[in-house]
Design a protein around this ligand. Structure first.
Ligand code: S3P
Length: 180
């Protein structure tokens, strides 16, 4: 079984994903990093040279071309689910978990960000509100929703594992073997 994290920029997908991977003995991968190593430049460079639409094509191509993975924890870029059909592709690859961070935490973490093209320039709060408004219904199509507000990385990881244990049993998967 694979686990897939979706959620807004700066919602903790990488830190929580790495913790989950360690506790489960899974491999951790990140769709942004896979794209960067395939193309040979950073996400910011891809956006500035080729534009967002091209980056979205790379995301979908990556999902379509993933080999048959087993026991992977996959963290996804925050906008990956905005492309129609990508959520369905993710659900074929694994159990999809939406990490639902609080607006205030997101804004605080993005305040000093310089590498995410979607939130550079302009009014950060307005940008986050616009994107969150458009994306929340899409993230909410995940198999499992976990609120991260006020929780440590480890507490959130434990909550994800609890939900997945209940969920995966129902799908006929073997029980999760996690360490605390
Ligand atoms: C994006 C989120 C980023 C990255 C790109 C676009 C978005 O990933 O894929 O900058 O549209 O929300 P993170 O969610 O890991 O920051």
């Amino acid at each position: 079984m694979n686990l897939i994290l979706v959620g807004f920029m700066a919602s903790g997908k990488s830190s929580i994903g790495k913790r989950l991977a360690r506790r489960l003995g899974y491999r951790f991968v990140d769709t942004d990093q896979l794209i960067e190593s395939e193309i040979g430049c950073s996400v910011a460079e891809i956006f500035s040279i080729q534009g967002e639409a091209y980056f979205r094509e790379l995301e979908t191509r990556l999902l379509r071309n993933l080999p048959n993975l087993q026991n992977y924890l996959i963290a996804t870029g925050g906008g990956l689910i905005t492309t129609a059909g990508n959520m369905d592709l993710l659900k074929k690859i694994g159990v999809v978990i939406f990490l639902n961070a609080e607006r205030s935490e997101i804004i605080e973490r993005l305040q000093r960000d310089t590498r995410r093209p979607m939130v550079q320039g302009g009014d950060l709060e307005q940008r986050v509100d616009d994107l969150l408004g458009a994306r929340l219904p899409l993230y909410s199509e995940a198999d499992i929703v976990v609120d991260t507000g006020g929780k440590t990385v480890n507490q959130t990881a434990s909550e994800v594992l609890k939900h997945v244990a209940g969920y995966s049993g129902g799908r006929g998967n073997p029980p999760l073997q996690a360490q605390s």
